[in-house]
Write a protein that binds this ligand. Structure first.
Ligand code: NDP
Length: 400
């Protein structure tokens, strides 16, 4: 029976905690769960909600995950089999170090970012592969929705629907509305750094760079969502997928944004509030985007306000039995249904459910293999079964 330590009690951490409790109540491998974060009161509030909704009692702890020695103290006390990191990408490397030192498997949902450079890539975490392999430990990277489910969707299509893939478009639509003038649906600092970065896509063996949000397309989403404008962004799963999917000629990532969101972002950028370089203000250094994040609504507070659906999936074109074939594989998730179930909006839900599933599959030994891995490197079938089981049903349609 497995002992799980969740680090980070924000919007995503709360969903992981509720879903681990559901899995434990269903009699699977998860038995003991501890939720730790920088602010203990947030852990306690989540643990109360979990107990009320599921009857499952979890432990809580305070920790600063930037501090490896402090983390090791926590890991030695809790003795987790798997650590599920849903704090911020800045903590990835310190948590991986602590897992190696204390002998725990590692799962996260976002790749490492250095705080002082708006840049994310897998190189820092892939560099740990030998150390995890030699320690006999598994590190599973990017077990959220995108990255995460989108990687598993790609692997499933390659196993069951296509012999070769030539074009991959990952399309992320949030058609939800929280009614507030401006808010981000996951951590504001990480979200704004991602959206204001230069775009990048893969074409015929090389990366092509674009200005931020320079390309857009209209896409007609299923389930009554309808046509939405989607913008080309660089997203981290592209890096591993172009390495692990053979034959890809083009890979792109698209995300919908409302006019209102983009207008706010433009003005905030123009006045310098999205910057990450420290600014001297009244005798102390302030990072503008961190100050802005402190002013914006906490993503976890959007749950009761948000109505509408998300639709995230992959459109993949390739060859099956010698003929051209295109498929669209996707999940539709309803914000209000997520709130009713676990008290969170759908962005936290669609990230937290796969984070729990990845953690569970590593804990059960189904996805355990010493080393550092991306999601598409494991058999997709057990993960896809668990998506249906734990609240993210999916469909795969052949497109004309
Ligand atoms: P939140 O800001 O809501 O929560 C982050 C939590 O981490 C907070 O509780 C915070 O504590 C805690 N934390 C921050 N720094 C530390 C630290 N040094 N030590 C311990 N705890 C710390 O973010 P979200 O829940 O929205 O996002 C969580 C993660 O999920 C992020 O990495 C994000 O990039 C990722 N994500 C991935 C997605 C995917 O599909 N793959 C989609 C959406 C998000 P405190 O409350 O004290 O500040």
């Amino acid at each position: 029976m497995a002992n799980i330590l969740i680090i980070g009690a924000g919007g995503v951490g709360s969903v992981v905690a509720h879903k681990c409790a559901q899995a434990a109540r269903r009699g699977g491998a998860l038995e003991r769960v501890t939720l730790a974060s920088r602010t203990l009161s947030r852990c306690e509030s989540v643990a109360r909600s979990v107990r009320t909704r599921t009857g499952f009692a979890m432990d809580t702890a305070q920790t600063d995950a930037d501090n490896v020695a402090e983390l090791c103290g926590l890991l030695r006390a809790v003795k987790p089999d798997v650590v599920c990191n849903v704090a911020l990408p800045y903590q990835d490397l310190s948590i991986m170090e602590a897992c190696l030192e204390c002998g725990a498997h590692y799962v996260d949902t976002a790749n490492y970012e250095p705080p002082d450079t708006a840049k994310f890539e897998y190189s820092w975490q892939w560099a740990y592969a030998d150390r995890f392999r030699e320690a006999g430990l598994t590190a599973l990277l990017g077990s959220g929705f995108d990255p995460g489910v989108t990687n598993v969707f790609a692997a499933w299509v390659m196993k069951h629907e296509l012999d070769e893939v030539h074009v991959l478009d990952i399309i992320d639509c949030n058609a939800g509305d929280h009614g507030l003038p401006f808010a981000t649906n996951f951590n504001p600092e990480i979200n704004i750094r991602e959206v204001t970065a230069r775009g990048r896509y893969w074409e015929r063996g090389e990366w092509v760079e674009t200005d931020p949000l320079a390309f857009s397309m209209d896409y007609d989403f299923p389930d009554g969502i309808g046509r939405k404008k989607c913008f080309l962004l660089y997203h981290e799963e592209l890096e591993s997928l172009v390495t692990n999917l053979n034959g890809l000629r083009r890979a792109r990532f698209w995300m919908t944004f409302s006019e209102n969101y983009l207008n706010h972002l433009k003005v905030l950028g123009n006045v310098g509030l999205t910057g990450i370089a420290p600014v001297r203000f009244q005798g102390r250094d302030i990072v503008p985007v961190q100050f802005l994040a402190a002013l914006l609504p906490d993503p976890a507070s959007l749950g009761p306000l948000t109505k509408g659906k998300t639709c995230i999936g992959n459109r993949m074109r390739g060859i099956r039995d010698g003929r051209e074939k295109t498929v669209y594989i996707y999940n539709v998730c309803d914000h209000e249904a997520c709130y009713a179930e676990v008290g969170s909006q759908a962005i936290s839900y669609t990230t937290g459910v796969p984070a729990m599933i990845g953690t569970k599959l590593v804990a059960e030994g189904v996805w355990a293999r010493p080393g550092v891995w991306n999601m598409e490197q494991f058999d997709p079938d057990p993960f896809m079964d668990d998506l249906d089981e734990y609240g993210l049903p999916w469909r795969c349609d052949a497109l004309p």
